[in-house]
Design a protein around this ligand. Structure first.
Ligand code: ME8
Length: 514
């Protein structure tokens, strides 16, 4: 049941749609898992949610990848699409919509958007000579390249000199308006560092944006409605997914669109911060509510991940070795929105063993097993509370209340930090109260009951908060505690476990991995 006032609130979260020229990697897993955490958070607050993730199937590099595999384009795309879906399913990403840009409805809507912009005389045909990076699927300016003349984002792919006739969207007429929008909507781009980067991009006159590719060069794309010798530039097509997913231009999309937040990596700030808003303005449509930008994962020591160095973290390998929640936990706890963070299988293993295993899982199994063994398979009812009990209960409410409030992407790690800090406090409380001593005498037996109850009820609150982050294992923990279903909107509340109730089967939540 939803909170009455909440019935009207909606939130639409999108992830980038990923290129299918390779298998899904940790960066793809990351953005989609963060989007899932934000969805679960807002759902817990009572919002109606829409989460889209998926794949970007057009463009030159996907086309070349299919050729390289020696497969038909259709078979290749289906194969990769199934692979991405499978990874998101295994990551417990509860997407509501899986995007495929090869869908007919998407193609028709994109062509409609192009025609409407063309009809306003905002698209011109002209000859162009430029340097093209296939990695970015973008023309590059001289000043965008390294001293060696390579794209800094794709140093192993050679840039190509290209001369061709294409269609271009006029950008400059919209630059001032976009700057004004950014100034008037302080939340439009977050964090600040990326807002500044975007303002920098908009500080000089904008060149027209090439929005077509001649079929002689690229065939994998959406045909231009006004010239069948060309297909649509992959970025124009891909960005439009955010609208076509919610059935634009058919009625009904408006209420979702008004609440749209794009999650993106810093690598694609320009398409989302410059091209997309200008495409929307050109089409006469409102801008999305927010761009939430994050930095990148790099290998241990700050080294870029690469196959040759052997420091690539494969999401499937991690799930198989450590379980999905080890990965989700690491990503949530150690991500930083405005600076790069390091990742390796060793780091994930360590964080899993020490944080999830030692601090949370062990305490749960020790306290729950003790309770079952000493109190006839049950959770005991508490007696009067001591100052120590009151203190730990207060700390737990304080530490978890952030998950009962709106979470922004950049705030996820701080909320995880406060949960881990309170888990330390809970362990200290349990060690100091020493229920194993209290049980020995009849006169301290009631005190023992209270300590066990307080410990397990506090763990319940922590696990309820963590269902937004590590839903699978948090759900198991709540089942072990026989916890009642949580209300919506959720906020941390004490004493929801019933004294003298049966506990479930106690299993080790986070078995130690060497
Ligand atoms: O750019 N750390 O697709 P893409 C964190 N198809 N996140 C990372 C990352 C890393 N090291 N590497 C990649 C495209 N990502 C276009 C998008 S959207 C309309 C079209 C994540 O397969 C991050 O979200 O190159 C980044 O923006 C995205 O993957 C790029 O995925």
């Amino acid at each position: 049941p939803k909170h009455f006032e909440s019935v009207w609130m909606k939130s639409y979260i999108t992830t980038p749609i990923y290129y299918v020229n390779g298998s899904p990697h940790i960066g793809h897993a990351f953005t989609s898992v963060m989007a899932d955490i934000l969805k679960r958070n807002r759902q817990a607050l009572g919002y109606d949610m829409m989460l889209s993730t998926g794949v970007d199937e057009h463009g030159q590099k996907n086309q070349e990848a299919a050729e390289k595999e020696g497969m038909s384009v259709e078979d290749y795309l289906n194969m990769r699409c199934a692979e991405f879906r499978d990874v998101f399913d295994r990551l417990d990403v509860a997407y509501d919509y899986f995007v495929r840009t090869s869908r007919e409805g998407h193609k028709t809507a994109v062509a409609g958007m192009e025609q409407s912009i063309f009809d306003k005389d905002l698209i011109v045909k002209k000859n162009y000579t430029g340097t093209y990076c296939k990695g970015c699927e973008e023309f590059k300016k001289e000043s965008d390249l390294t001293e060696e003349g390579q794209c800094p984002l794709h140093p192993t792919m050679k840039v190509e000199q290209t001369e061709e006739t294409n269609y271009f969207l006029k950008m400059e007429p919209f630059r001032e308006r976009l700057l004004q929008h950014i100034a008037e909507n302080p939340d439009f781009v977050q964090p600040e560092a990326f807002k500044n980067e975007l303002k920098q991009m908009l500080s000089e006159p904008l060149e027209d944006l090439c929005i077509s590719r001649p079929k002689a060069r690229v065939t994998l794309g959406i045909e231009l409605p006004f010239d069948t010798d060309f297909v649509t530039y992959v970025w124009f097509d891909a960005l439009a997914n955010y609208l076509t997913n919610i059935n634009w231009p058919d009625a009904g999309y408006e209420s979702w669109w008004a609440e749209c937040e794009h999650l993106i990596g810093k690598d694609i700030l320009k398409p989302h911060g410059v091209y997309w808003p200008i495409m929307l303005m050109a089409a006469g449509l409102p801008l999305p509510k927010k761009l939430s930008v994050h930095s990148h994962w790099v290998g241990a020591g700050g080294v870029k991940m690469s196959k040759s160095i052997g420091n690539v973290v494969d999401p499937i390998e991690v799930i198989e070795k450590l379980g999905v929640d080890a990965l989700r936990w690491y990503l949530a706890r150690h991500m930083r929105a405005d600076s790069d963070s390091q990742i390796s299988v060793d780091f994930i293993t360590q964080s899993y063993n020490t944080e999830l295993g030692n601090k949370i899982g062990n305490l749960l199994s020790r306290a729950a097993k003790f309770s079952k063994a000493r109190f006839d398979g049950k959770l005991p009812a508490p007696g009067p509370l001591s100052a120590e009990d009151e203190a730990i209960r207060k700390s737990v409410l304080e530490a978890t209340k952030g998950m009962g409030e709106w979470v922004n992407l950049a705030e996820i790690p701080a909320r995880m930090q406060s949960i881990i800090t309170v888990a330390d406090e809970m362990n200290n409380y349990f060690a100091e109260q020493a229920p194993w001593d209290l049980i020995k005498n009849e006169e301290t037996r009631e005190r023992c009951q209270t300590v066990i109850y307080v410990t397990l009820d506090c763990l319940r609150v922590v696990m309820e908060a963590l269902t937004q982050v590590i839903p699978a294992s948090a759900g198991k923990a709540l089942a072990m505690l026989n916890a009642p279903a949580v209300a919506c909107p959720w906020k941390p509340e004490l004493d929801r476990l019933e004294g003298n109730s049966d506990l479930g089967e106690i299993e080790t939540l986070y078995p130690r991995v060497q």
